[in-house]
Write a protein that binds this ligand. Structure first.
Ligand SMILES: NC(=O)c1ccc[n+]([C@@H]2O[C@H](COP(=O)([O-])OP(=O)(O)OC[C@H]3O[C@@H](n4cnc5c(N)ncnc54)[C@H](O)[C@@H]3O)[C@@H](O)[C@H]2O)c1
Length: 443
């Protein structure tokens, strides 16, 4: 931790504003993470200003609409009407806020290296408006060292002193879209400050809106916590996907094996195979860690191996479909394939990194005619030559193969199996069908 200045007056001033709830909050980037956080702070009675560069999103929020599934339009509407939540596309608003949460994207470049250009752009704007008594919290997932090595030096150029005049912390977002039990308020929040005082003011602020705040010793440790959580998932999914490949060779039902293993009350946590990784976090975040380690001459072997297996899963799904068609004396070239569920996860509308899209592309490259059905991806009606279709008997029956890529709960899979010629079930949703359907293949 960096040593602090002698006086903590600005820290006291900020803490007083937090205690009497007059603290004004700015959130940069109103996507899945930023909008949920901004709304949570505003629901806690705080004055929140959201800064978003996408004009469409700004307009939608300003008229009381929401584009994030877990944030309900009536909540946005109410908070905007009450004047608790202001949405702007102008950074000038930063001059009037006491705390800023940065929630901008952290994607990968084409070569799978971290792209922190969004963080850099937001930081540049913050620097222009940084004033004594301001707290800056980075929420975007990133490699360990970003807060200390990218954000802090830029803010220090203002001449203000960290831990004394301004405060900096990292607090990873843990939002799980579509999770009915855990949401922003009741998911414990990790915070690591650049100094002890930074950690304390950030903790005091977040405790106004989040039930439990957990402090770690540094921003770096907090950055690593997030990467451990997501690398843990990526590696375990990679392991179970490889177990699926092994079971396929051994002619054993991998799903039966996992369910039985999961009866062990200790020392085993079930993960399930699938068509590949999806979403903005699990397929992306481990690369941030691997990249950082590469700069330190360390090869993150588990991450590389898991990524290798997981990115191959869409190809594996297609190979099983090709084999099944072959058994029926059909070629994939010229066949009609219907994909059910194209978002990356059950009952969500998020298409980012969805393996269903990879499966569709691979099949099209092999000459298949691909259509899809997904009522959650409401804005998507055409996808690189694939068209959205309705789910009726004629369409299901005409498909040479129906691939269940994402297991949304609003589809009757029993009905699908009853009317389809061939079903590739990548999610084991047909497990309870009796008698065992002969037209279903699984991972
Ligand atoms: N989506 C999740 O489930 C999730 C969960 C945990 C962590 N995260 C992390 O949180 C961060 C944000 O993710 P997200 O899913 O909310 O992304 P998102 O793409 O949904 O939202 C980011 C928003 O930031 C806006 N933006 C970009 N640059 C900006 C700028 N300079 N100024 C103002 N607005 C700007 C974009 O227009 C967009 O609306 C990422 O680092 C991600 O890895 C995401």
């Amino acid at each position: 931790m960096i040593s602090e200045g002698a006086s903590q007056d600005w820290g006291d001033t900020l803490e007083r504003k937090i205690q009497d709830r007059t603290v004004r909050i700015g959130v940069i980037g109103l996507g899945y993470v930023g909008l949920s956080l901004a709304v949570e702070f505003a629901k806690a009675g705080l004055q929140v200003t959201g800064i978003e560069i996408d004009a469409d999103k700004v307009a939608r929020l300003q008229r009381g609409d929401s584009y994030v599934q877990d944030v309900k339009p009536y909540e946005v509407k109410g908070l905007i009407a009450d004047g608790k939540f202001l949405v702007v596309n102008d950074y000038q608003a930063l001059q009037d806020v006491d705390a800023v949460s940065i929630c901008v994207p952290t994607p990968l470049s084409k070569t799978k290296d971290p792209d922190i250009s969004y963080i850099a752009a937001a930081t540049k704007e913050i620097v222009s408006y940084l004033h004594p008594g301001q707290l800056i919290v980075l929420e975007s997932t990133t490699y360990p060292g970003t807060t200390d090595e990218v954000i802090l030096p830029a803010l220090r150029k203002t001449g203000l002193q960290v831990g004394r005049e301004f405060f900096v912390a990292f607090s990873p977002e843990r939002i799980d879209p579509g999770n009915a039990q855990y949401h922003t308020r009741n998911t414990p929040k990790i915070i690591g400050g650049v100094t002890e005082q930074c950690a304390q003011v950030a903790k005091a602020l977040y405790e106004l809106a989040i039930q439990r705040v957990v402090l770690v010793s540094s921003a770096r440790a907090a950055e690593m916590v997030k990467l451990l959580e997501n690398t843990f998932r990526a590696v375990n999914i990679g392991l179970v996907n490889e177990v699926a490949l092994m079971c396929n060779r051994l002619k054993i039902d991998v799903w039966e094996v996992i369910e039985a293993a999961a009866t062990k009350p200790f020392g085993f946590m079930p993960f399930y195979p699938g068509p590949g990784l999806g979403g903005h976090c699990i397929p992306v975040d481990p690369y941030y860690l691997a990249w950082k380690l590469k700069t330190l001459d360390y090869k993150a072997r588990f991450i590389e191996l898991a990524a290798d297996i997981n990115t191959n899963m869409p190809w594996y799904v297609v190979s099983k479909v090709v084999d099944a068609l072959n058994e029926r004396r059909k070629s994939v070239n010229g066949s009609n394939i219907l994909v059910l569920g194209v978002t990356y996860k059950r009952n969500t509308n998020d298409l980012r990194e969805s393996p269903a899209l990879d499966i569709m592309k691979i099949l099209q490259d092999k000459g298949a005619y691909v259509s899809f059905y997904d009522t959650f991806a409401t804005e998507l009606r055409h996808l690189d030559g694939a068209t959205h279709v309705s789910l009726d008997e004629a369409i299901v029956g005409a498909a040479d193969c129906v691939i269940i890529a994402t297991d949304h709960s609003n589809v009757s899979y029993e009905w699908v199996v009853a009317h389809a010629q061939l079903v590739m079930d990548t999610r084991n949703v047909t497990r309870d069908l009796h008698p065992d359907p002969k037209n279903v293949i699984k991972l």
